[in-house]
Design a protein around this ligand. Sequence first.
Ligand code: ARG
Length: 467
Amino acid sequence: MAKKSQATWGGRFSKGPAELMLTFSESVSFDKRLAPFDIAVNRAHTAMLHHVGLLSRRELQAIHKGLAVVEKQIEDGKLKWNEAFEDVHMNIEQALTKIAPEAAKMHTARSRNDQVATDSRLFFKFACDSIVALLENLQRAILKVAEANQSVSIPGYTHLQRAQPVSVAHHLLAYVEMFSRDITRFKRLHDDANWCPLGSGAIAGTTLPIDREFTAKELGFVDSKGKPRVTTNSMDAVADRDLFLDFAHACAVCATHFSRVSEDIILWNSTEFGYVELPDAFCTGSSLMPQKKNPDSLELLRGKSGRIIGSLQALYAMVKGLPLTYNRDLQEDKVQVFDSFDQIELCLQVLEGTIAGMQFKKGRCQEAVADPGLLATDLADWLVNEGVAFRDAHHVVGAMVARAETLKIPLDQVPLDDAKSIHPKLAGNWRSVFDLDRAFRAREGIGMPGPKQIKKQLNRWSKVYGS
Ligand code: ARG
């Protein structure tokens, strides 16, 4: 029998790896979180081995009993993870073999390559479910603040310049739209993950008579009708890291969303805007300046988005030059997706808490939205209704704005004679345009900030998220 310099693959080696190599190559320090999925895979795989006659009933029972013990040890934090066994798969196998020597047959007809691909797919299904649940909580929190502030309006901005009035609810509903796309993205990813690669072996399957559909079914890799879903090319199945890229991408888009939301709220919270008061629970003070209350939760959300986007770049750089199929480089894939997942989970909860506790300062909002310049476009539309071509109307209102600036008065106060001299149609009741309620009432088309439209959208989303 060959010398066992390394417990699982040492047969062809005469010496074990250097200490440094062990530390360098281990992944158990970070992939041990795959343990629940790895145990599920071990259960399903051995059940299949028994089903096809490669394990006796007694052997299967011994292995399943042992797996339950190892599972409990892991849950209780009692299993000693050993870096000499490299990864979560070999640590579990070693621990199990000590309890049940029958587990020496467990790795029959599989490789860690298809094993880690299967564990990862189970992880992605789990991760997508938890992110979707957190996104739904966030949506409910945003909807609640939107509902409570339906009567509050603020300037909407383009180029960070005051553009047109919007209701706070309309602005917040834009966030609901963004995060609902994230929800769709993570649900789609869940479906993409739902294919079982087990049975692909190291690269070219196995000569043993396995039943891949049996294992797929056991692990819940089934379609809506319960039909098993198995991957269809063994080389692709062990080399494929698309899900890692897709997951990191979905996280990066979601992070981009919450970073932009954070930036809006940071601005609104500044003394210069003063539209909102943030909850103390999600702010911190300055070690030097006693008056400071800083929006740190939002700044960290903005900052962490960089880290999450970085994970996607790291994965692309890692995968792009790899020949088919498995290469050890791929072990690093988990570092990135675990970090993205952990950060997204934290971020979504922090954003939810910050938004839920945010108060709009109605007086300041009212003051800002009373700027008649916000209705300059409405004045151009008024002229269009009077038969003026829009290009001309735009020019005319531009001249009105310039006149107001010269006279140092608000746009709606330009004297009638000046207005008439700019365009004869401005002899009419153009000042009626400068009424916010009128401006909102005039915007009842789908997707616009008219009050009826907002109510409709709020109702629609409340039904989706059950708030
Ligand atoms: N820890 C490894 C990883 O995460 C498992 C697969 C190892 N396969 C191998 N042939 N060394 O990628």
